[in-house]
Design a binder for this molecule. Structure first.
Ligand SMILES: Cc1cc2nc3c(=O)[nH]c(=O)nc-3n(C[C@H](O)[C@H](O)[C@H](O)COP(=O)(O)OP(=O)(O)OC[C@H]3O[C@@H](n4cnc5c(N)ncnc54)[C@H](O)[C@@H]3O)c2cc1C
Length: 455
């Protein structure tokens, strides 16, 4: 087992310089190396995972599918656990609203699995794979400026690095997104609309509490979701680690005056005891603001050679299920396109194709993920009562929450979001547009050889 090179390798090898070794940056490094390009990544952290304390993650099927395609299933299985069920309850009373069991048939269709893990483990695995494949990853290295025209970045040491393409994988608050916002005259959001508390709770402590040990009792590995009045909680095992992931979304975001621990304690005051009891077991909760970021019109700088991916391109609320998946999908599409590179003149075209393919998908997922957070934390009101009643009726009748009814909106959404195939989308673009364009420039007399196969 282990990573495999892609069957389609680039004819023209170029240099990519990636700012940021988060999930998106490492995904791009792996994907671009797989098709034969040279890659250098700069990351300000001295050690991968240094800042990932208390960050359990969900890895949805559209993410795991890509890693499996790259032949990394055994590497993923080494740290991740497979989710079998979601239990949904009221946050204040603990009353059960419904259950969902992952259906093998659905998951087979998506070609992935729904997994739990720890962010540090995911990133370390990806770092090892990227380096093993020949990417240069320079840790403890901070980019302080980017010159899009020269395709050059300056490091805090004063050193400059240039490449054919610079990729901003430096997150929503990095260097490259503001540069693009500025070029496009777009004002960044300044005030958070929500916040998210995140922590891991030691399994040994949870198991000692008679009311909370329930989280570890089920025979199947479950995600617990609690719907409350302007707040909601998601908790699940942290892959194979002996701790439990705890994520609390809260609106409005008005608690910057308090410390992270005080804020979380206050948020837990009126919740069901089995969750409230977790509060004292959490030693280092972290609070993250959630902003509603304005969309970038273009993911490329005007120079055409600096592009953003992942959180820098399309920030999705912190703690939601899809952001890492979006970074991986970006990487898979980018690399598929650049596997067809034959001439320098195609570089900017491919970056625009990347944007064209990824923007609608990222916007659709952003809308759906934001909707999920608002749905879970719907304020107490007649709509919320109707929601709870409908869920409870279905549950009492023995129905699965996402019943598998082909007509249901939830089912359709699961199929669209989880079933999406990033690499197929890129292949389709190449067959429909890329080859055509390549052939027409060949007919115009360009001196290069074109690939004739889409895969
Ligand atoms: C607690 C928590 C839980 C989450 N859970 C999930 C989840 O379950 N599923 C999910 O999909 N998403 C989740 N998210 C959302 C997720 O964090 C972000 O949306 C995601 O991190 C974006 O990934 P990225 O690689 O694009 O950017 P980032 O993760 O922000 O990575 C950017 C990287 O760039 C580096 N960097 C930044 N600036 C520079 C510079 N100037 N020079 C060098 N390096 C630089 C940073 O150190 C960082 O390593 C969670 C977030 C949090 C906080």
């Amino acid at each position: 087992m282990g990573i495999e090179a892609a069957s389609k390798q680039t004819q023209l090898i170029i240099d990519f310089l990636i700012i940021g070794a988060g999930v998106s940056g490492l995904s791009c490094a792996i994907a671009l190396r797989r098709v034969g390009h040279r890659v250098v990544v700069v990351e300000r952290e001295k050690e991968i995972g240094q800042s990932d304390v208390g960050r359990g993650v969900r890895l949805p099927p559209n993410l795991s599918k890509i890693l499996y395609r790259w032949n990394l299933k055994s590497e993923v299985s080494a740290f991740a656990a497979k989710s079998k069920q979601i239990q949904i309850s009221r946050l204040d009373t603990g009353d059960r609203l419904g259950d969902h069991y992952w259906d093998d048939e659905v998951l087979r269709e998506t070609q992935g699995e729904f997994l739990f893990g720890h962010l540090a483990d995911l990133r370390k695995m990806m770092y090892d794979v990227a380096v093993g494949q020949g990417a240069t990853v320079r840790l403890g290295t901070t980019a302080v400026s980017v010159d899009p025209k020269r395709r050059e970045i300056t490091l805090d040491s004063g050193e400059t690095l240039t490449a054919d393409v610079v990729i901003g994988a430096d997150g929503a608050f990095g260097l490259v997104r503001p540069l693009l916002l500025n070029e496009q005259g777009i004002q960044e959001a300044t005030k958070p609309t929500m916040c998210m508390y995140s922590a891991t709770v030691p399994k040994a402590l949870v198991e000692k509490d008679p009311q909370s040990k329930h989280f570890y009792e089920p025979k199947v590995i479950s995600m617990f979701s609690f719907f409350g009045n302007n707040q909601s909680v998601i908790s699940h095992p942290t892959g194979g680690l002996p701790c439990f992931t705890f994520t609390l979304f809260r609106r409005p975001h008005d608690e910057y005056e308090s410390s992270h621990s005080e804020g979380m304690r206050a948020a837990l005051e009126s919740v069901v005891p089995r969750l409230r009891n977790l509060g004292p077991m959490i030693s280092q909760p972290r609070r993250f603001p959630i902003f509603e970021h304005p969309p970038l019109e273009d993911w490329l700088a005007d120079s055409g050679r600096v592009v953003v991916v992942g959180g820098a391109a399309h920030p999705i609320p912190t703690g939601s299920t899809q952001q890492y998946a979006m970074g991986l999908e970006d990487a898979a599409v980018l690399a598929k396109l650049f596997s067809h590179l034959a001439t320098d003149s195609q570089i900017t075209d491919f970056l625009y194709a990347f944007q064209e393919l990824r923007q609608p998908r990222a916007q659709a997922v952003l809308t759906s993920e934001t909707g999920v957070i608002h749905y879970m934390g719907m304020p107490n009101c007649p709509d919320q009562e109707a929601r709870d009643q409908a869920m409870q009726e279905k549950h009492k009748a023995g129905g699965d929450l996402f019943s598998g009814d082909d007509e249901s909106a939830e089912w359709a959404e699961i199929k669209t979001v989880f079933g999406y195939d990033a690499e197929d989308e890129a292949d389709n673009w190449w067959v429909t547009w890329g080859l055509l364009k390549a052939r027409s420039s060949f007919n115009d007399g360009a001196q290069h050889v074109f690939a004739t196969s889409p895969s």
